[in-house]
Structure formats: C-alpha cells, structure tokens
Design a binder for this molecule. Structure first.
Ligand code: 5CA
Length: 444
C-alpha cells in the first residue's frame, strides 16, 4: 500500500476526549472515528488490525462450526429463557413496523439454542461447538475509553453442546487452552481468573485478563502466573487428561478478580509474590449446564435412549476491545508498537528523498520484493520531511521499518529498524527483505 493512496487521517493534536493511551493513539493514528457515544466507524488502518485479530480467532477455533447469526433478534426467544425481562436497560429494544418486539443482540445463548433444537436430537451429533464473530450492542451506562467499553462492539461468541456434564467440562477446558493460544499469538499475556458469571449464568467461569493500569477490573494474583506460557507445545484437544492438565497448570496459582477475591486464601500466597493490580477483560468462558436448554426445550436422546436437556457452555472474546488492550500493553511515548501477529502491515518503507531516482527505484524494488514474499509493505511515498515520515511510522506502530536514502544507497545499504527496540542496522536491500520474510515466516 502506498501512503499517497491510503486513507490515513492522522491527527497531530491529542484529542481532548481520550483519557487513556489506547483511545488517544487509535484516534491519532486514524484508526477509528466516533459516531455516537460508544459507537465507532472503523477506518482502513483500524479495520486491518480488527481483521488480523479476527483471523487469529478463526484459526484457533479448530473444528468448531463457523456460522453467522443476525444482530437483530426477536424478543420472544428471550421470553422463553426469561432473560427478556431480566436483562434490564443494557438491552436495546426495538419495534419493527408490525409492532413486533425485537432487540439488538447483546449475546446469543437463546438464538443458538433455538438453532440447536431445530436440528439436533441425538447424542450421536455431539459434541458440537458453533461460533460466530458478530457485532453486539449493550447500552452501557458509561461507554468510555474508545473501543474498550463500547456500546456497539465486535465479539467472538461460541457455544458448546454436550451430552453430559463431563463432556461439557472438557469443552470448557478446551476453550480455556485454545484461548490461551489465541491471546499468545496476539502478543498478549492474558491470565485466566476465576470470575462471576453475571447475566450469562452458571457457576463455573473464568475471565481472561491482560494486566494494565488502565484496566477496569481490580485483580489479585500470585505474580508467578504471569510467567506461564503455552508456547509451541502440541495440544491434542481430544485428549481430556492433557487439556485438563494444562488448565490446572494455568489456574492453580491465585488469580481472581474483585468479584471472587478471597483475602484469607490470598494471604497464603508468599508475600513477595502477592500482587494487586488492574486488568482488562479480553474474554470469558462459561459452563452453565442446562440453564437454556431446559427452559427452551433443547433435548437430546442419550445412548441409553433417555431424553435429556443438552449440556451447554459459552465462550466470548472481545474482538474490538482487543485492539485497545494490545495498545495498552504495547506502546511508548511516540505511539503504538504492534506485535507481529496483529500488525496492520508487516513493515513500513520510508523514502528519505522522494523524487530522487535511485531512492525511488530502491523503494519500488523493496516493495515488490516484499510483495513477492506475500508481505504487503506500507510505503511512505509522500513528499514530506524525513522527521514527519518517522513520526507517522512511530505513531502507527509497524514493528519494522526500512529507511531508504541516497547516502546509504551509494554504499549499497538501507536501514532496518525495530520499532520495539529502536535498534537500526545497515543491510543490503536483499538482506532486509530476507530478514523481514524470516521474522514473519513463523507468525502468519
Ligand atoms: N455469551 C457470553 C460468552 S460468548 C458473553 O457474552 N460473555 S461476555 O459478556 O463476557 O462478553 C465476552 C467479551 O466481550 C468480554 O470478555 C469482553 O472482552 C467483551 N465485551 C463485553 N462488553 C464489552 C463492551 N461494552 N465493549 C467492548 N467489549 C466488550
């Protein structure tokens, strides 16, 4: 992508309404535009990151059925579960021209149960997991911090159906492990913490929290939990014992939100490891058994021929919130520092002397050589001062930058700079391309 042809409305001034760094940088980097409280348009750079995050979420949903449910739902479905009256003012209620009551979905337990009961009747079709990535609406009392607490926001929500409690708990564990992998691929440490279930229901639930001072949840944890990594280990998601063991590893050390915090238990953590902080909730998994299947009549026949309400759980990832969480966890005073897994462009090319025949040709050559390796660079081909080009690149946070100028080219080199460390190296254009390709080979 050439910057002269790209819609990147960068702001020079700090927007007054933005109280936290991620909101400030998302506005300044031209990623989003507010349209109403908690409702945003996604501009090209923001949308590219959103799509990267979605891609990782999809890739880690092994064998789950990918579907798409509508944003608008009939109120009657929610009357069956009893949640239409319970949900309160967070639910946006709408009437169509026939005066039929509708709502903009805040979540989809009812609708997925309706799909299930229409099509599945036997244990032979289980286990089953279905998920989608769809916009939700919650009329939050205090939408704030940009995409962190929006009213309209993008969520991945998945739902598992199982024949008995053990199978449903295995589904719960599977999702815990696949979520750990999902967040690690985004460059995040998201800690599973015992939480409260709120309006979704059930008593087995974990939230995934990214530690950040600007987080909305107070968290209490043994800091050894922050060193745990899933890494590259092979997981067989059908192996109940292996999956349960990974969950045990990640949930044994104390880590709870204020909703479930128990001071007496916390006091047993060695003092040097006892930490109180704040976190951003980027996901939550639930096991709620037959809460929806019983009220909505979603039954399956067991191997013994009995009819039982199907066992269920749900799992959510705050896809749009993740942009804010990643920026909170990865930035400096010049701007965003995208982890390679989610960056909107793998690398930026800065031409120090636009119009200089050798510099222009070298940039074109790099751009094409990167494209040939499947890497789309963002090429700053504007006729701007070098300082302004560097400031834009630092603000939008591409992890790597190749700087091209007549002086270096006279010696056959360009400069390759890491956004994270600020370290630059002089290398040949071919070596720069090879290095970038090698870095991304393990990422995308
Ligand atoms: N049905 C279940 C799981 S599928 C559910 O709705 N879970 S949830 O309420 O915990 O939401 C899932 C995730 O969506 C949260 O962990 C959070 O990351 C994100 N989320 C929730 N509310 C908002 C909001 N107002 N703005 C942005 N993201 C949000």
């Amino acid at each position: 992508m050439r910057l002269t042809r790209y819609f990147l409305p960068v702001l020079k001034e700090n927007p007054a309404e933005a109280q936290i760094v991620s909101h400030r940088y998302m506005l300044r980097a031209g990623m989003i535009k507010q349209q109403a409280a908690g409702i945003y348009s996604w501009l090209p750079l923001g949308l590219r990151v959103l799509r990267r995050i979605e891609a990782i979420v999809h890739e880690e949903q092994e064998r789950a059925g990918h579907i798409l449910m509508p944003t608008l739902q009939p109120a009657d479905l929610w009357r069956e579960s009893g949640r239409y009256d319970d949900y309160g003012q967070e639910m946006l209620r709408i009437k169509d021209r026939q005066e039929r009551e509708m709502l903009y979905g805040p979540t989809n337990e009812e609708m997925i149960t309706d799909i299930f009961r229409a099509h599945v009747t036997s244990y032979k079709d289980l286990p089953l997991t279905l998920y989608h990535i769809q916009w939700k609406f919650r009329d939050e009392m205090r939408p704030r911090f940009g995409v962190m607490r929006g009213r309209e926001f993008l969520m991945k929500d998945g739902y598992n159906f199982d024949v008995d409690r053990d199978a449903a708990l295995h589904a719960y564990n599977r999702h815990m492990v696949s979520y750990l992998r999902t967040y690690e691929r985004m460059g995040l440490t998201a800690i599973p913490m015992r939480a409260a279930s709120g309006p979704i229901g059930g008593d087995n639930t974990h939230e995934f929290l990214v530690l950040a001072q600007t987080g909305e949840s107070e968290v209490f944890y043994d800091d050894r939990v922050t060193a745990l990594k899933l890494g590259q280990r092979e997981i067989d998601y059908d192996d109940r014992a292996q999956v349960a063991e990974v969950c045990r590893e990640f949930t044994t050390l104390y880590a709870r939100t204020d909703e479930t915090h128990d001071q007496a238990v916390f006091d047993q953590v060695p003092e040097a490891h006892r930490k109180v902080g704040r976190g951003i909730e980027v996901g939550q998994i639930f096991y709620f058994g037959t809460k929806y299947s019983e009220s909505m009549g979603a039954e399956v026949t067991t191997a013994e021929g009995h009819k039982v309400p199907v066992e269920m759980g749900s799992h959510g990832i705050g896809v749009s919130r993740l942009l804010g969480a990643i920026i909170e966890a990865s930035h400096d005073d010049k701007g965003i520092i995208w982890p390679e897994g989610v960056t909107p462009f793998p690398v930026g090319i800065v031409n120090l002397k636009q119009g200089d025949a050798a510099a222009d040709a070298a940039c074109e050559g790099l751009y094409k050589a990167l494209a040939a390796k499947g890497l789309e660079a963002l090429y700053d081909d504007r006729d701007e001062r070098a300082g302004a080009k560097f400031a834009t690149m630092d603000l939008i946070g591409l992890p790597w930058r190749i700087t091209v100028g007549p002086r270096g080219l006279a010696n056959g080199v360009v400069e390759l700079t890491s956004r994270r460390t600020g370290v630059s190296e002089e290398v040949s254009p071919e070596a720069a391309v090879a290095r970038i390709a090698a870095i991304y080979a393990g990422v995308r």
